[in-house]
Design a protein. Structure first.
Length: 256
């Protein structure tokens, strides 16, 4: 019997992306399952950013296929994938700095709806949109800070706000691109706890350089080098492979 709690929500098969004569991603396959955090790691230039852009629809594959909730979305635009349940947080925050926390999240909720451009009525007075926004803000740990301008938030809080904006679109799958970049230890701990809390009813793909965070969070781990997958599986299995240690840090004793 199919375990619905662990069903695959995002599936990539044989993804390949070429830029002229350069192959950035070569025959990459992976599954991202409900209730799990699937982390993708690798050295700079491994193809991680290209992979996440392929999954989000910001780049189209040269070959291969992408399935979201059993639908072939290989050539869907990013906005269509978002409305189908794919959310993405970027490495660099993409906020409206002079809008409040609530306005930022409400706009995200509005953009993901069936009528993002309102002709009749005010989106600001839409109880459903505001309720969705407030719920997402609370889940992201920013409850009570709805009225603050985005630019007044700390770096870590801005990352929380961006995650709240993603949650407001009610995604089944969330792509997180280096969410801990530029953070201190205290802020990083908060974001790690937030990310861990998100997987209960969705699937998460995480690209991150902080190995301590990766091994705390990941249920499954994929390692890339030169555009290819060199290992994939449970973190404890992957981390003890000498080839992975050499490829990632040039040190067979890495990750000890």
């Amino acid at each position: 019997m199919l375990d619905l709690a662990r069903r695959t929500l995002l599936r990539a098969r044989g993804l390949r992306k070429q830029f002229g004569g350069v192959t950035a991603v070569a025959d990459v396959s992976l599954d991202v399952r409900m209730g799990e955090i699937h982390a993708v790691i690798g050295p700079n230039g491994a193809g991680k950013s290209t992979l996440i852009n392929l999954l989000a629809g910001e780049l189209y594959t040269t070959s291969g296929s992408i399935w979201l909730d059993d639908r072939d979305v290989t050539f869907w635009r990013p906005d269509r994938r978002a409305r189908a349940g794919l959310g993405r947080a970027y490495q660099k925050t993409t906020l409206f700095p002079d809008f409040s926390v609530l306005e930022n999240v409400r706009l995200a909720a509005q953009a993901s709806g069936s009528s993002p451009l309102r002709v009749f009525g005010s989106a600001r007075a839409d109880a459903v949109l505001l309720g969705c926004a407030r719920t997402a803000i609370t889940k992201a740990g920013l409850g009570g800070r709805e009225a603050l301008l985005a630019r007044a938030l700390s770096h870590g809080e801005q990352r929380q706000l961006e995650i709240a904006m993603v949650l407001a679109t009610e995604p089944h799958v969330v792509l997180l691109d280096e969410p801990l970049a530029g953070m201190g230890l205290s802020e990083a701990r908060d974001i790690i706890a937030l990310i861990a809390s998100l997987k209960a009813d969705r699937a998460i793909l995480l690209v991150e350089h902080d190995m301590d965070a990766v091994f705390k969070l990941a249920d499954r781990l994929t390692v890339m080098q030169d555009g290819r997958v060199i290992a994939s599986g449970l973190p404890e299995e992957v981390r003890h492979q000498p080839a992975v240690r050499m490829a990632y840090l040039g040190n067979p004793q890495a990750f000890e």
